[in-house]
Design a binder for this molecule. Structure first.
Ligand code: UT7
Length: 326
């Protein structure tokens, strides 16, 4: 029997501080009505100045370990999906390893932006499938509000902070049935945040002039997102030998309710088959899917034995989907 990575259980963390649409109305020329109608977002969570991705990742990871009765010493590998690390080095995964007290675990970050959690799950599934590792902690953690340009109304309404984590374990039953990951590097120019690179044209696009802030051509990304969510969902189902009728829930990346609605419509499935929490948290990049999956489990919408599609897309441009059996 082939070994697969089974999601034993998860945990998540979102900061207490809430940034509402009314707060944003005081910061940029926008309105609650516009934000809700165009994005579906009503509020998002913001980490304090002295809280970073690793801090949120550690809390989510501790909750995942506790919920699954797993000791930190049992973990072979810590994978952190993030595009907002505390530092260039050490990686967030190394910081988490130190704080959890898991010296035996290897640790690495995966940067695939909003598709990062699926990319990390795919990596975990490969390590488990070959028998190289038995237990892996897969985390999505983001501190996007520190990368947000709060002078740019096109983007500052979208993002929030948080982390979600899952313990995955080698299993002969259920688990990750198939994954599909990919990239369109040429489309990467549509969503950027600069590190060392001094690119005058890129810097000029930012209202704040700060090259580290995120700039996005929203309508280009939106068109890509709807197309790729539908395409990747169909691909991953085909790989798993399943159809949408076998799937009880879709947990999509939470970037814009119009993207989710558009994809659901094109896939021809009912709206309540998609898990949506965007109104409360906005877009938390790689943390969206693990947080949403944890909440779906808490609410009884995802149960043992259920087959679920996880699907995301984001900067890079990247995409990823997975069919899992809980
Ligand atoms: O996680 C993966 C990455 N992110 C995404 O997937 C996000 C994808 N994109 C989107 O969600 C949408 O493109 C946005 C929400 C960012 C923008 O919505 P849109 O319907 O694509 O609007 P638009 O960019 O075409 O702008 C329409 C109008 C513009 O005004 P004019 O030029 O028509 O006069 C914008 O200036 O809406 C204006 N606008 C706003 N108005 C009020 C843009 N942002 C705002 C705002 N409040 N916050």
């Amino acid at each position: 029997m082939a070994l697969r990575a089974k999601l034993l259980g998860g945990g998540y963390y979102v900061p207490d501080r809430v940034l509402t649409n009314a707060d944003l109305e005081k910061m940029v020329d926008t309105s609650d009505e516009w934000i809700v109608r165009r994005t579906g977002i009503r509020e998002r969570r913001i980490a304090d100045e002295d809280m970073y991705s690793s801090d949120m990742a550690v809390i989510a990871a501790r909750r995942a370990l506790e919920n699954t009765g797993t000791k930190a010493e049992e973990i072979d590998l810590i994978l952190v999906a993030t595009c907002t690390p505390d530092m260039f080095t050490p990686s967030v995964a190394c910081m988490v390893q130190a704080q959890l007290g898991a010296p035996q675990a290897a640790a690495l970050d995966v940067n695939s932006a909003c598709a990062g959690f699926i990319a990390a799950l795919t990596v975990a599934n490969q390590f488990i499938g070959t028998g190289y590792y038995k237990k892996i902690l897969v985390i999505g953690a983001e501190n996007l509000t520190k990368m947000t340009d709060y002078k740019d109304r096109n983007t500052c309404i979208l993002f929030g902070d948080g982390a979600g984590a899952f313990v995955v374990e080698a299993s002969e039953e259920g688990g990750i049935l198939a994954t599909d990951i990919g990239a369109d590097g040429a489309g990467g120019r549509n969503l950027t945040s600069l590190a060392f690179r001094n690119d005058e044209a890129e810097i000029a696009k930012r209202v704040s002039g700060n090259k580290q802030t995120l700039w996005m051509d929203g309508s280009e990304v939106l068109k890509f997102a709807v197309r790729i969510m539908v395409q990747s969902t169909r691909t991953v189902l085909e790989k798993a030998g399943l159809t949408l009728d076998d799937i009880s829930l879709i947990v999509p990346h939470q970037a814009n309710i119009r993207i989710i609605d558009g994809a659901v419509k094109r896939l021809g499935i009912s709206h309540d088959k998609a898990f949506v929490n965007i109104e409360k948290y906005g877009n938390i990049s790689s943390a969206c899917i693990p947080i949403a999956l944890c909440q779906a489990i808490e609410e009884g919408r995802a149960k043992k034995g259920d087959k679920i599609v996880l699907v995301g897309f984001g900067g890079g441009l990247t995409w990823g989907s997975a069919v899992i059996e809980l």
